[in-house]
Ligand binder design. Sequence first.
Ligand code: GDP
Length: 431
Amino acid sequence: MDLQTFKATTMAEALQQVKSQLGHDAVILHTRTYQLRQWLGLRRREMVEVTAGRGLNFVRRPRQAAAANPAVGSRSNQAIGATGRGLIYGPGAGRAGSAIPTALASTAPRDQMEGARALMDTPAVGNALMIGVGQDMAALKKMVEKLVFENSKLNLPKLPEELLEHYTNLIQNEVAEELAQEILRTLQKELRPEYLTQEKYVRERLADHIEKLIPSSGPITRKSTPGPHVLALIGPTGVGKTTTLAKIAANLKLKEGHRVGLITLDTYRIAAVDQLKRYADIIGSPLKVVGNPEELREAMATMDRMDFVLIDTAGRSPNDIMKLNELRELLGSIKPDEVHLVLSSTGSPACIELAVQRFSEVRVDKVIFTKLDEAVHVGVVLNVMRKLNKSLSYVTTGQNVPNDIELGRGRMVARMIIGEQDNGFRPGSYK
Ligand code: GDP
């Protein structure tokens, strides 16, 4: 037999060398560890040496067959007997109940049996067993992966490969499954098959589709009838209503030169009132704090010479039905020209969905999405716009007042969902 010696610092490495040089049917005949002296003997390093050969593929045979046919046993024993220690390293070897103990038990003389038993306790065998188990595990892993892949394919819509990639991307971006399917099916119908491989073209068409689902309302403009144009922001607590109101007020007043009055219905949070008071002082606008419909009507009366009146409302938990009813009553008493639902793009889809459902019962004309600068997935913007069937008025992209606000543009959201390099933010593009 063609014998070779392999040296390495660990048994696993040595066995790996055996496997790659001699293949899976290699036979390990001998292992030892020794100290390698380096640096004039000043340093020592433990090394592993494995002697192995090729060509002996020890096949598992039934016990009776081996016993009935001494030739089989003696041939195996010749190989083992060459050193007195032999380990089959190949398919079927290294597993519990593998060929070695079985074959040896039936044919090997006593000293060889003991040698084999001793060998089974050596680290080399342990490593070989580990490799065997490792191979089994790897094969198992592959099988499971294949099964998972096949299974996931069952849930995927029937789409050409090129579009399937976009579908999974939409899902990863938290676009609702049904919506993602609908978008890609429409796209598939529209695209001629020869265009499917043109990646840039497909992305642009996909962006067109998403954009169409997110209509923009355009900037806030005054109604033509006399009196102030009244706009109210509603939404859950902490989404950025007060900050957004300040951004809009500052743009209307400082950039466009309108007379702007502010009213807050947030009598619950002193800090929020203080915050708005500071903004009102900076932009030079009057601020009224009101707690009931009557006070609200009175405050409105004091602002009848304004071009715009912006109303901030206390954040309501979508679960607090009583407060939501109270909010509806307050707004009902003055009938604003526009009610914008403010949602944070960093919220979980479930929370956003609940907020959409509950605040829709109050009144929603337009939608503002805040914190796009912090959002990881913006598919939720698409889901909401589709569900509400309203237009997107503004998006906010940071904490800076008044700059981090811009007109809601479906194309920008589409680019973010598709994962374009340039997120499309245009800070300050309020109009
Ligand atoms: P409200 O409770 O809805 O009135 O929310 P606030 O206006 O008090 O804002 C809550 C927090 O969100 C504050 O720390 C704001 O600075 C922050 N915030 C508001 N808008 C944005 C935005 O567009 N991006 C980021 N990153 N933070 C924002």
